[in-house]
Ligand binder design. Structure first.
Ligand SMILES: Cc1cc2nc3c(=O)[nH]c(=O)nc-3n(C[C@H](O)[C@H](O)[C@H](O)COP(=O)(O)OP(=O)(O)OC[C@H]3O[C@@H](n4cnc5c(N)ncnc54)[C@H](O)[C@@H]3O)c2cc1C
Ligand code: SF4
Length: 328
């Protein structure tokens, strides 16, 4: 591991100031992703600004819904009564990820910013445009079984590996951030992560030095009928090959509105408005769900080793919607 300077921030303003002042500095939260990447020599910050003493751990009801602190752990978030009762999709997604020990350390802000699990990104002997822009993409012609089937570019075919963000997207969350000058802004979760296009080194739209302070969830009509499905190579402690966050607002047996967000298939959580349009006004039935699944994957472009993900995603959508509507 390379030497680095360590600082402990005591308030959000100082934290943002320290990182803004040094282009090579990074925030440190639970460290479960960043420290691994530093040990692999993939991330090389010259300075870490420790956020863990900041009082950004509240999970509380707001007039509009719920605010979740960026420094609250994944465990505390998943177990909180407000989340379990009103946003069970989020609880399901969080507990589908990592392991109990990791979730005890991992924070919500860090979870959103976890980096891809592409093997070539982790291997500094291999070309990777995300790690070193301009070197090429080892996965494009290499082993790309776990990679993207939608939204990828010739520059990068990686997927975003997180679970929590898929559920947050289905629940219309926004991410609250602030900069060193105290200016705040909110970013809808669907605009937080980026597609790779020509700049795969940028995973998201956060600016250097901007601190995530909270995630806000509006009141939701999807509390009753939602389901998070995660398909992976092992039953636990593994990232999604395909994940589906499915949420339905039902009027009797008819679908009023829905959210269908796929994980493990793109460089960002992938909301299928095609599937949602196919479901609107239709009866909650396996036939409607199959139609939605076909619509969601009609433009999929699999790579050499991951064509299986197209069928897996279709079946996943049907199964998640069946569970969400309690037909299975
Ligand atoms: C073996 C293993 C299995 C895993 N399996 C899964 C899984 O199945 N599903 C899943 O979703 N995740 C999984 N994870 C990922 C894990 O959930 C993330 O590592 C964790 O959520 C990151 O949170 P952290 O607080 O440790 O972040 P850190 O590692 O501390 O930071 C990650 C990044 O976020 C930045 N950052 C942190 N907080 C802030 C903030 N408030 N504002 C701005 N920037 C910030 C840091 O600078 C860094 O770049 C797994 C991890 C491991 C090691
Ligand atoms: S898919 Fe992206 S992260 Fe993986 S090797 Fe290619 S450029 Fe790097």
């Amino acid at each position: 591991m390379r030497p680095f300077k360590y600082r402990r921030a005591t308030d959000p303003s100082a934290a943002a100031r320290f990182v803004t002042a040094n282009p090579q500095a990074k925030f440190l939260a639970g460290g479960t992703n960043l420290l691994d990447l530093m040990k692999e020599d993939v991330e090389r910050p010259s300075e870490l600004v420790d956020l863990t003493r900041l009082k950004l751990t509240d999970i509380r009801a707001t007039p509009g819904g719920v605010s979740i602190g960026a420094l609250a752990t994944n465990t505390d978030t998943a177990n909180h009564p407000l989340i379990r009762r009103n946003y069970s999709l989020l609880t399901q997604a969080i507990v589908a990820g990592a392991s109990g020990q990791l979730r005890n350390m991992a924070t919500n802000g860090g979870n959103l910013l976890q980096r891809t699990r592409c093997q070539y990104f982790y291997d500094t002997a291999m070309p990777c445009n995300k790690r070193e822009p301009g070197t090429g993409c080892g996965a494009l012609e290499g082993l790309n079984r776990i990679h993207a089937i939608v939204g990828w570019s010739e520059k990068c075919v990686a997927t975003y590996p997180g679970d929590m963000a898929n559920a947050l997207y289905a629940l219309d969350a926004v991410v609250r951030v602030r900069d060193a000058a105290g200016r705040g802004r909110t970013i809808p979760i669907g605009e937080f992560h980026r597609l790779p296009a020509d700049t795969p080194e940028q995973d998201n739209n956060l600016r250097h030095g901007e601190l995530i302070t909270a995630i806000e969830l509006p009141k939701s009509n999807f509390a009753t009928n939602s389901y998070y499905l995660k398909v992976r190579d092992r039953a636990s402690y593994a990232f999604a090959l395909v994940a589906v966050a499915a949420a339905l607002e039902l009027d009797g047996g008819t679908i009023r509105q829905s959210r269908v967000v796929l994980g493990g298939v793109a460089h960002k959580p992938w909301r299928s408005q095609e599937a949602e349009a196919a479901l609107a006004g239709r009866p909650a039935s396996e036939e409607s769900f199959q139609r939605a699944a076909e619509a969601a994957l009609k433009d999929a472009k699999p790579l050499v080793h991951n064509a299986f993900k197209v069928e897996l995603a279709k079946r996943g959508i049907v199964r998640a919607l069946m569970r969400a509507s309690r037909l299975a």
